[in-house]
Design a protein around this ligand. Structure first.
Ligand code: PLP
Ligand code: ZN
Length: 415
């Protein structure tokens, strides 16, 4: 390790040393981690990566920690599933599902970003960590800070799904529900971060945190046999994951781990919170903040921190963006479950629904490789589908009762 050069302002390119800071003091632009790619070229190879353990740290040189990771050593390397049934349903040839619904330990892609952020926070000497969350980040920070022996303070909108609340409290985290939207929570947390000096994973640790998302892209490429897919559909909340999948592809190109590629990146949002998609579809350079109203609570960020950069990546890659209604989100969840046996949360429903829309609009072609980014687990957003699924058939424990049920209701076709 030791290939991290420092931080650089994404706007004015002023450089900063590694520190728990996230904005440029000259232009207020966001800071990003930079690496010594020339040095890395001589070190990183497919063979080196392939012989390591199946987790995000197999890409350690491209992650911003100086020492071996102390938190989340088992995170990542989730399945990339060739989804032929779904492909048939969508009327396309080649579809893969990158399935972070089963990411260790808290069942969403946020385990990736948090293990990087908390390992870095430990390097900086923090004892207390915190976050502003739409749900999954809360789960990941709570789980990984308990195993990492850090105290955690977690701030969420108070009306989150029951399982996201439960899946935070169980780890003994300090959980604070705010009467307001995520954007209110985030604003408050910026003030708390300033005053209390904690490591807020998505505020002062954000440059490090965000790098963890690259592993989602690295894994897709490696799992495709060091091939970059033609189309990747990504759900957007702050827009960070989408921009970092793009960075992952670019880094693998720079390090000559893959040939130069032409991948199009598509951003998926819920219709009730689509500031980035709206900007892309209208050809705007900037998004207009919105007040979220959607069942996809994990994506409900009305003022997305990386929205501007997500718009740029989508445009630069030649991709596009679409929205899904609440009804379409539920259909998307059911379609993925019924075709591939993968139960995703509302964010995944958004991504599947948007993929279907883009295919039907002719924007994603039917004969090229498509990766659908599934980022969270369906058991965490049960409220969203409770009224849209069939209830169990209740009978007495008698053979005749089952036979009656079978012949009258369950038996399909034939004699
Ligand atoms: C946070 C989250 C996202 C999007 O993350 P950003 O990087 O903020 O765009 C996508 N899916 C799920 C399930 C999430 O929890
Ligand atoms: Zn700057």
């Amino acid at each position: 390790m030791g290939y991290v050069k420092g931080l650089i302002c994404k706007e004015c390119s002023k450089e900063y040393p590694k520190a728990p800071i996230h904005v440029c003091e000259f232009c207020f632009g966001p800071l990003e981690v930079t690496y010594d790619y020339e040095g890395l070229k001589n070190i990183v190879s497919r063979e080196l990566i392939e012989k390591r353990e199946p987790n995000i740290w197999r890409y350690a040189e491209l992650l911003p920690v100086d020492n071996p990771p102390t938190i989340g050593r088992h995170v990542g390397f989730t399945p990339l599933v060739r989804a032929n049934n779904l492909a048939r349903a969508l009327g396309v040839r080649e579809v893969y599902v990158k399935n972070d619904a089963v990411c260790y330990p808290s069942l969403s892609f946020k385990d990736r970003v948090v293990s990087v952020a908390l390992s870095k926070a430990k390097e900086f000497g923090f004892k207390t960590v915190a976050c502003a969350s739409t749900g999954n980040l809360a789960n990941a920070v709570a789980a990984l800070s308990s195993s990492g022996k850090l105290e955690s303070f977690i701030f969420i909108p108070q009306d989150l799904e029951q399982s996201k609340i439960l899946g935070t409290s169980i780890y003994g985290a300090n959980l604070i529900g705010i009467k307001g939207s995520y954007d209110d929570v985030n604003r408050l947390c910026s003030e708390i971060a300033e005053k209390f000096g904690w490591a807020f994973v998505n505020i002062n640790m954000r440059p490090y945190y965000a790098e963890g998302s690259k592993t989602f892209g690295f894994e897709i490429i490696e799992q495709l046999g060091w091939r970059v897919p033609k189309h990747i559909v990504v759900p957007m909340a702050s827009g960070s994951l989408l921009t970092k999948i793009w960075k992952a592809i670019k880094e693998f190109e720079i390090l000559e781990l893959v040939d130069r590629t032409e991948t199009k990146i598509y951003g998926a949002q819920a219709q009730g919170c689509s500031p980035i998609a709206t900007a892309v579809k209208n050809g705007w350079d900037f998004f207009k903040p919105v007040k979220p109203q959607t069942i996809a609570k994990s994506l409900a960020i009305g003022n997305p921190a990386d929205g501007y950069y997500a718009i740029n990546v989508i445009r630069e890659s030649g991709g596009w963006s679409e929205e899904a209604t609440d009804e379409e989100i539920v259909e998307g969840i059911k379609l993925l479950a019924e075709t591939e046996g993968i139960f995703t949360e509302t964010a995944g429903g958004v991504t599947v629904a948007v993929t279907r829309k883009l295919i039907n609009q002719g924007i994603i072609p039917r004969d090229e490789s498509i990766v659908i980014s599934i980022t969270g687990n369906g058991l965490k957003t049960q409220e969203a589908i409770l009224n849209s699924i069939s209830k169990p058939h209740i009978i007495e424990a008698r053979l005749e009762d089952f036979e009656e049920l079978y012949y009258e209701k369950l038996k399909k076709g034939g004699s």
